[in-house]
Design a binder for this molecule. Structure first.
Ligand SMILES: NC(=O)c1ccc[n+]([C@@H]2O[C@H](COP(=O)([O-])OP(=O)(O)OC[C@H]3O[C@@H](n4cnc5c(N)ncnc54)[C@H](O)[C@@H]3O)[C@@H](O)[C@H]2O)c1
Length: 271
């Protein structure tokens, strides 16, 4: 994979376990230059913990060109991030949107009891922000550019426990298809990577631990996927190597999504 001369934005690194970081490392190791964002710190947090957690990672990389705060629910913040990218890079070639959030109380509730406010919050952060960021990127993206977001199988089928986030991912998948259509005429692709469970902050909140066991027994490959595997496929989607692919939901889950029965797990239960 070659990223020499390519520049872009990575949204959604919280710490070294973040999927966005796994993807960014692949890109920077292949010569790409990245601008990063972090969740804004509270004004009374003198230690700037959110920023520090990300800068500890990016400071070590020459190809990490800037780090600015982003609350993706704030249109002014989004504008500033893309203005910074335009000042630093001129045009960009890739954009990674790796952002999701739902209130823990709503994630823990049966879907039937999802609150109106919780639903709006989860949809705004986890879905609308892809639209807002794509609109901002449209102005500064080179033809041949690539936009990718992170989704999960719980948007295609009912995965008990994933609850309101499953509804968000279904909406996100549909958003990818409509944005792919809109961005096509300027030669920009929009895709989603559907990862199997990996241990991250957001993953823990969405019940990753239980899913890891399930995947190990049910996925055709009989194992879980690694951060590195997800990182490489994410970088692939953002690179020229995937130039003919748009509107796609690409699964990196050991094949779990292809199963229509518990497979070897059933044999295990029988025995
Ligand atoms: N971990 C998994 O098993 C898994 C599987 C499939 C898909 N995903 C998806 O991958 C993406 C990244 O999650 P992750 O697992 O790397 O966890 P993570 O917690 O490292 O990343 C989530 C990111 O979203 C950011 N975020 C939340 N609200 C925000 C806001 N208002 N403004 C800006 N940023 C905000 C957080 O700061 C964080 O960087 C999410 O969309 C998640 O649903 C995760």
């Amino acid at each position: 994979m070659q990223f020499n001369g390519k520049k872009g934005l990575i949204l959604g690194v919280a710490n070294d376990h973040s999927i966005a970081w796994a993807i960014a490392k692949q890109i920077m190791d292949a010569g790409g230059q990245c601008g990063f964002t972090h969740l804004p710190d509270r004004p009374d947090d003198e230690r700037q913990r959110n920023r520090r957690r990300v800068s500890q990672l990016t400071d070590k990389y020459e190809n990490a060109k800037f780090l600015v705060p982003l609350d993706a629910q704030d249109d002014g913040n989004i504008r500033t991030v893309f203005e910074t990218a335009a000042e630093e890079f001129g045009k960009i070639d890739f954009l990674l949107h790796s952002i999701a959030f739902a209130d823990r109380n709503d994630l823990a509730r049966d879907t039937v009891y999802t609150s109106r406010e919780g639903f709006k919050l989860a949809m705004d952060v986890s879905v609308y922000t892809l639209i807002a960021c794509t609109a901002a990127a449209k102005e500064i993206m080179n033809p041949g550019g690539s936009i990718a977001t992170m989704t999960y199988f719980g948007g295609e089928k009912c995965v008990p426990g994933y609850n309101v986030m499953g509804i968000c991912k279904a909406a996100l998948d549909a958003t990818v298809r409509y944005l792919a259509y809109d961005m096509g005429p300027q030669g920009v692709r929009v895709n989603a990577l559907s990862a199997g469970p990996v241990r991250t902050l957001a993953g823990r909140a969405a019940g990753v631990e239980e899913m890891l066991t399930l995947y190990e027994h049910m996925a055709p490959l009989g194992r879980n996927v690694s951060h590195e595997e997800v990182g490489r496929t994410g970088a692939f989607l953002l690179s020229d190597n995937s130039e003919g692919i748009s509107g796609e939901i690409l699964h990196v889950d050991g094949g779990y999504h292809a199963m229509g029965s518990p497979g070897r797990l059933l044999e295990k239960l029988k025995s």
